[in-house]
Design a protein around this ligand. Structure first.
Ligand code: MTE
Length: 482
C-alpha cells in the first residue's frame, strides 16, 4: 500500500509496513521483487544487490517506480531503461495504468540557472563548471559554482527560517535559532573550495572500468568566500561538552525530501566539528551575496576540507548524538573501498565514511584535444589544485613527456590563510617549451601539498565501485598549431 501525503509543497510516498525492514529481511520474505514502469512489469530480484541506491529500491516493491524516478530523475537514461528492459516479465492492462503527470509539479519551483553550466542531469539538477571558466576567477562567481542536488530544491523563506540544535547527552535539549538570532554570534568569512567526492570520476570510469555515479569531469569543484557564524560557537552555546567528544557525531539535516519522505542528511564526527582549524560555518552568504537557492538559501553548513556532501544545504537541524546519521546518503554512499570490491562484496556498514579529501589537480586550459598556438616557442597551461583537511598546495608539476621530465608551475595563486587552514583551492600557470615541428604534446599534471602528499600516477590502484576520490595525475593531449 502506498500513502501519498503533501508536506512542504512536495508530494511524499510512503510504503506502509516496509520502511523498517532491512533488505536482507525483505529478500527472505519475498521470493521475487517486482516493479512497474509505464506499462511494463519487471522482476528485478537479481538486480537488488547491485542497486547503487541500496535499500531505497525496496520502497517501490510491487509498485510503479515512476513517482520515485520523478525525484531521482537520473534514472531516466537510455542505459538504465535498456537494463530495466532485460527484467521485463509482462505488461499491465491499459485500464490499470496510473497517470503520473502530476509529479511534474515537484520540479515547478526549480531556480533558473546559468546556461554556461554543463548539465549532467536536469532532475535533480547536477551541473559542472566548464574548465576554462574555473581558472578565469579565483573565487567562482555564484552563478558558475557547480551544483549537486539529490532532490528538488526546497522553497524557503529567510524571514521564517529556523534551525534546530538538538543535543542528545543522556537527556535531549533542543534550541531553535532564527537567522536573526544566529547573528548574536560573531560573523566570520572563510574562503573555501567545495569539491564533490566524485569529482573527476569520468577519468576513472574511462581509464579503468565503469563506476556508478554522475560522470563528473573536473568541474565538480569551485571556490568561494563563505560568510556566517562558526558552528563551534553555536554548539558551545548550546552546551556541547568540548572535552567529551570521542564517539560523538554532528548530524546535519536539510529541508529537501526524497520520494520516501526522508530529508537529506549526513554527519561528521564532533571532534571535526569543534576543531578550530576546520572553520566550519553556518553560512548565509556566498561571495558577498545571499546564498542562491541552488546553494542552500537561506542557510547551509560549509565544512571546509571535507567532501562537499557534508556541507548540507537548506539546513533545518543540527543534532549532536552518539550515532552517525542513519540516512541512506550517509550509510550507503560516500564511503571508500579498495579496487577489488564489487557491488556484491562491498560492506558499507564497515567501510569508513569519507570525511576529508585527498590532493588533486587538473589542467583546465587548454582542454584535452584542443589545438594550441605556441607564442615565442612556449604554450601556457593553466589549472587548479586542491587538498583537503586544510593542507596548502605547495607545488604543481607538469610533465610534457609522460613523466620523463617535470616543469614546476611558475605561478601558484593560493590564499593567505594560517597553517592547517588552507581551505581554498590554488590556481596555477606554467609555460611549456614546444620543439620545432612538434605536432602534439601529452601533458600530465600533479600537485603536492604541505604534508608532502602527492597524487598517484594511475587510476587502476585507486579504482572503486563508486568512483570517488578519483585523484590520479590529470593527463591530456593537445595538438600544436603549425
Ligand atoms: N545538501 C542538501 N540538503 N541536499 C543535497 O542534495 N548535496 C550535497 C551537498 N549538500 C546536497 C547537500 C553534495 S553531494 C554536494 S557535492 C554539495 O552539496 C554541492 O554543493 P553545491 O551544490 O553548493 O555546489
Amino acid at each position: 500500500m502506498i500513502h501519498v501525503k503533501r508536506e512542504k509543497g512536495c508530494r511524499i510516498y510512503q510504503h506502509s509496513g516496509l520502511t523498517k525492514l532491512s533488505l536482507i529481511t525483505l529478500r527472505k520474505l519475498l521470493e521475487s521483487f517486482w516493479v512497474i514502469y509505464k506499462n511494463g512489469v519487471y522482476d528485478v530480484t537479481s538486480f537488488l544487490p547491485s542497486h547503487p541506491g541500496g535499500d531505497q529500491i525496496m520502497m517501490a516493491g510491487g509498485l510503479s517506480i515512476e513517482p520515485f524516478w520523478s525525484v531521482y530523475g537520473m534514472h531516466k537514461t537510455q542505459e538504465i531503461c535498456d537494463l530495466l528492459e532485460t527484467y521485463r516479465i509482462g505488461n499491465i492492462h491499459e485500464a490499470d495504468m496510473i497517470d503520473h503527470s502530476a509529479e511534474e509539479e515537484l520540479w515547478s519551483k526549480e531556480p533558473s540557472r546559468d546556461e554556461r553550466l554543463i548539465v549532467k542531469t536536469s532532475r535533480p539538477f547536477n551541473a559542472e563548471i566548464p574548465a576554462k571558466l574555473q581558472v578565469a576567477h579565483f573565487d567562482t562567481p555564484n552563478e558558475l559554482f557547480f551544483v549537486r542536488q539529490h532532490m528538488p530544491v526546497p522553497e524557503l523563506d529567510a524571514c521564517k527560517h529556523k534551525v534546530k540544535v538538538i543535543v542528545k547527552n543522556g537527556e535531549t535539549k533542543t534550541r531553535e535559532f532564527s537567522l536573526q538570532q544566529l547573528d548574536k554570534f560573531p560573523r566570520t568569512k572563510v574562503r573555501a573550495a567545495l569539491m564533490c567526492a566524485g569529482n573527476r570520476r569520468s577519468e576513472m570510469n574511462e581509464e579503468v572500468k565503469p563506476v556508478k555515479g554522475i560522470s563528473w569531469q573536473g568541474g565538480a569543484i569551485s571556490n568561494a568566500v563563505w560568510e556566517g557564524v562558526l558552528l563551534r560557537d553555536v554548539l558551545r552555546d548550546c552546551g556541547v561538552d568540548c572535552n567529551n567528544v570521542a564517539g560523538k557525531h554532528v548530524i546535519f539535516t536539510g529541508a529537501d525530501i526524497d520520494a520516501t519522505g526522508v530529508n537529506f542528511s549526513t554527519s561528521i564526527p564532533l571532534e571535526q566539528a569543534l576543531n578550530p582549524n576546520n572553520c566550519i560555518l553556518l553560512a548565509t552568504h556566498m561571495n558577498g551575496a545571499e546564498l542562491p537557492p541552488d546553494h542552500g538559501y537561506p542557510l547551509r553548513v560549509v565544512v571546509p576540507g571535507a567532501p562537499a556532501v557534508r556541507s548540507v544545504k537548506w539546513l533545518e537541524s543540527i543534532t549532536v548524538s552518539k550515532e552517525e546519521s542513519c540516512s541512506h546518503w550517509h550509510q550507503k554512499d560516500y564511503r571508500s573501498f579498495n579496487a577489488s570490491e564489487t557491488w556484491e562484496t562491498a560492506d558499507f556498514s564497515t567501510a569508513p565514511p569519507i570525511y576529508s579529501l585527498p590532493i588533486t589537480s587538473a589542467i583546465c586550459d587548454p582542454a584535452d584535444g584542443d589545438t594550441v598556438v605556441p607564442k615565442d616557442g612556449v604554450v601556457e597551461v593553466r589549472g587548479y589544485a586542491y587538498s583537503g583537511g586544510g593542507a596548502k598546495i605547495v607545488r604543481v608539476d607538469i610533465s610534457p613527456d609522460c613523466g620523463e621530465t617535470w616543469i614546476q608551475a611558475d605561478e601558484l595563486q593560493t590564499d593567505d590563510a594560517p597553517a592547517q587552514q588552507h581551505h581554498s583551492w590554488a590556481l596555477w600557470t606554467v609555460t611549456i617549451p614546444v620543439c620545432k615541428g612538434q605536432e602534439d604534446m601529452v601533458l600530465w599534471a600533479k600537485a603536492t601539498d604541505s604534508n608532502f602528499n602527492t597524487q598517484p600516477e594511475r587510476f587502476d590502484d585507486i579504482w572503486n565501485i563508486r568512483g570517488v576520490l578519483s585523484n590520479a595525475y590529470h593527463k591530456i593531449t593537445v595538438q600544436i598549431a603549425r
